[in-house]
Design a protein around this ligand. Structure first.
Ligand SMILES: NC(=O)c1ccc[n+]([C@@H]2O[C@H](COP(=O)([O-])OP(=O)(O)OC[C@H]3O[C@@H](n4cnc5c(N)ncnc54)[C@H](OP(=O)(O)O)[C@@H]3O)[C@@H](O)[C@H]2O)c1
Length: 251
């Protein structure tokens, strides 16, 4: 079980953090992995580390918010490698500001990067998957789509929409052999949350809320991703798997 030999996986936002852990996990299980991020130098550095561990790794820099650039990059990969079996649509952006002063332009920018562009790129990739009759699409959602939190109204709107989109796409793509799911991470120790895990007060609050009393690690998400990306999870579709140490399940 969970052998990814011969599979090609594209993971957006994978020069570090959750995406990198997912690429590492899939690569060590035999997949060819395509790393993505905006910073080409950081991406190449991450790719070299994986290659050093024997993982067939390609670096594909593009900005997920630029749909034209993203689809052109994906087409290059398809020309070179012939297929994408697994698409982990993981990169996302954030803008923090109270609702009452949240600029409309920032709302639209976050919604575009975290929802619209992922819809467009995911659909482009799904077209190729449908032709080959097999695919695994996984979006990174968030527990902020399950419980409100001040200051992140655009992020929450987009992530909530991704949780809904997986049900819709599961219905649309089942006949093509494609499953579509999301992972909703809780608080995971990455660059994105560095300010929070360096904040003792926040960590004390988190430990109080999470029954396991700890931050999650990128590998916790990678483990869920390996399952949802596998051939063996084929009867699981339209789901959001919450990986948060029990935070949203317990009072
Ligand atoms: N960490 C958490 O607690 C947590 C919780 C819930 C959900 N999430 C979600 O998990 C996903 C990954 O977050 P993370 O914590 O792993 O963040 P991270 O450690 O900051 O890594 C972000 C990755 O995404 C890339 N990236 C950022 N903006 C991009 C863009 N516009 N186009 C392409 N790549 C981009 C970054 O590379 P470049 O900067 O070079 O582009 C980097 O590789 C995000 O969708 C985030 O919202 C995280």
């Amino acid at each position: 079980m969970f052998d990814f030999s011969g599979r090609v996986a594209l993971i957006t936002g994978s020069s570090r953090g959750i995406g990198y852990a997912a690429a590492h996990a899939l690569g060590r299980k035999g997949a060819t992995v395509i790393l993505n991020g905006r910073d080409a130098a950081a991406l190449e550095q991450a790719a070299q580390v994986l290659r050093g561990q024997g993982v067939d790794t390609h670096a594909l820099p593009f900005d997920i918010a630029d749909v034209g650039q993203a689809t052109r990059a994906v087409d290059e990969v398809l020309d070179r490698l012939g297929r994408i079996d697994i698409f982990f649509s993981n990169a996302g952006i954030q803008h923090r500001e109270p609702l009452l002063s949240f600029p409309l332009a920032d709302f639209e920018r976050v919604l575009f990067a975290n929802l619209t562009s992922q819809w467009a790129l995911g659909r482009h990739i799904a077209t190729g998957m449908a032709r080959q009759g097999y695919g695994r699409i996984i979006f990174t959602g968030s527990i902020t789509a399950l419980a409100g939190r001040k200051g992140i109204t655009a992020y929450t709107a987009a992530k909530s929409a991704l949780h809904g989109l997986v049900r819709q796409w599961a219905a649309e793509l089942a006949d093509d052999g494609i499953t579509v799911n999301a992972i909703a991470p809780g608080y995971i120790k990455t660059e994105l949350t560095r300010n929070l895990w360096n904040d003792a007060e926040f960590t004390a609050w988190l430990h109080d809320r999470v029954p396991q009393k700890k931050w999650g690690e990128p590998e916790d998400i990678a483990a869920a991703l390996v399952f949802l990306a596998s051939r063996e999870s084929g009867f699981v579709t339209g789901q959001t798997l919450v990986v948060d140490g029990g935070m949203t399940a317990c009072m």
